[in-house]
Ligand binder design. Sequence first.
Ligand SMILES: Nc1ncnc2c1ncn2[C@@H]1O[C@H](COP(=O)(O)OP(=O)(O)OP(=O)(O)O)[C@@H](O)[C@H]1O
Ligand SMILES: [Mg+2]
Length: 477
Amino acid sequence: MKNVLVVDDDEKICWAFEQFLESEGYAPSIANSAEEGLRRIAADKPDVVLLDVNLPGMSGLEALGEIKANHPGVIVIIITAYDDVETTIEAMRLQAFDFVPKPIDLGIVKSTLERAFRTQSVRSTLPVEAADASPTAQVGHRLVGKSSQMREIYKLIGIMASNTMTVLIEGETGTGKDLVARAIHTGSERKEKPFVPVDCGALPDELLESELFGYEAGAFTDAKREGKPGRFELADGGTLFLDEVGNMTPALQVKLLRALQTQEIERLGGTRTLKVDVRIIAATNQELGEMVRRGQFREDLYYRFKRIALHLPPLRERQEDIPLLVTHFLQLIQEELGKPIRGISTEGMQLLQDYPWPGNVRELENCVRSAATLSRSDVVLPDDLPSEIRMGNKVSATDASQLETTLKAVLQDTTKAAIAEGRQGLYEEVVAMLDKTLIELVLDEFSGNHSKTAELLGMSRTTLLKKIKQSSDADVE
Ligand SMILES: Nc1ncnc2c1ncn2[C@@H]1O[C@H](COP(=O)(O)OP(=O)(O)OP(=O)(O)O)[C@@H](O)[C@H]1O
Ligand SMILES: [Mg+2]
């Protein structure tokens, strides 16, 4: 039978897990502290461990480090609060399999366990690699947000921090690409080594080339006499962050690709080959895939980046993060301004949540900063907010690609919920709902005029009437 060990100091939770695991056909065992858990792992060799983070004595994360060092084959699922960013990043770096958020949802536990055992059976057919017993690193950067999209990002940051692969961070302006790149670096073993950013969009090509690769004395007329090391050399042992990488010209892209492949560079005007050990993180707010199709970005370089891509969702797709971000920024700003700010009024917060934030988190931060500065009391009120936000502009979904991303975000949640609840017939359910909502909206726009509605929807009146009847019948049922 499949062995599952639960490590949690809360006896009620343990009892509930025990009942549940037995009913699912697993063989459960229980430990109430990390120390006891480690002893049980050595003795019972469980397949999967459900490990709480907050434990008396040794913490869950320390225990995770020990488990992975001594029993690399054991799959560890962490039990933690939803919004604990640092723990998530650190636990993924230490190779936790996944998370079960508190309060505990048994549907999620069930699907996570099933995934864990599927992974284990695949893994048991592969050759075993040596375990990475790296010491724990503290992640200092503050990323805020507890939406499901951001929690996925924290996991990826943790995984990326544990290796040295090239990463591409994609996302609209102001979504936090810079912050994420730094979090990967500070979470990694390179954290004591330099993190060197280069803004590929800010410099003309010739300058960018000498910034990146450096130059030897006399390489060009006004080259300094002693020459100058490039950012590649400065980042040796650390991380080179290539921001706005889509702005590089094709000629420079070739040089970059060569440097990535060989981990060797030559300074401009030089003949020496210099070995460098550099981890590359690139970021872009352009669609690199689209640029490849248009011939503006090299396909081979794109695929090298694209192997690991981390896509930061725009703020409008994770409105639930807005209150947290606002509180976070108010705290920072209160220190800057040297005046106490208790918070923002409910109406003010609602306006911030309704706004589409084309400039994403950066725009939100600026808005909160100016509102807090202008505010004449210790509470931010709607009047302190810029007019476009007070007017409550809605996201325009006229742009098809935007509509698609919005829909995708919503459907992703629906799909996950359906899987967790073990529901069936999702396709019909969603399509019927979409059909009904769209028809209702258009009817509303045309004040119930069937001909105009049918015309806009591109269907015959008969079809429209049939659909209206179907959905009202369904409503009655
Ligand atoms: N999740 C987050 N939590 C807290 N602060 C955030 C978060 N995301 C972004 N920020 C803040 O928002 C601002 C913009 O973020 P950042 O510079 O990382 O964006 P970017 O994606 O690099 O933007 P650009 O494409 O314009 O360079 C920064 O001040 C950053 O600290
Ligand atoms: Mg940036």
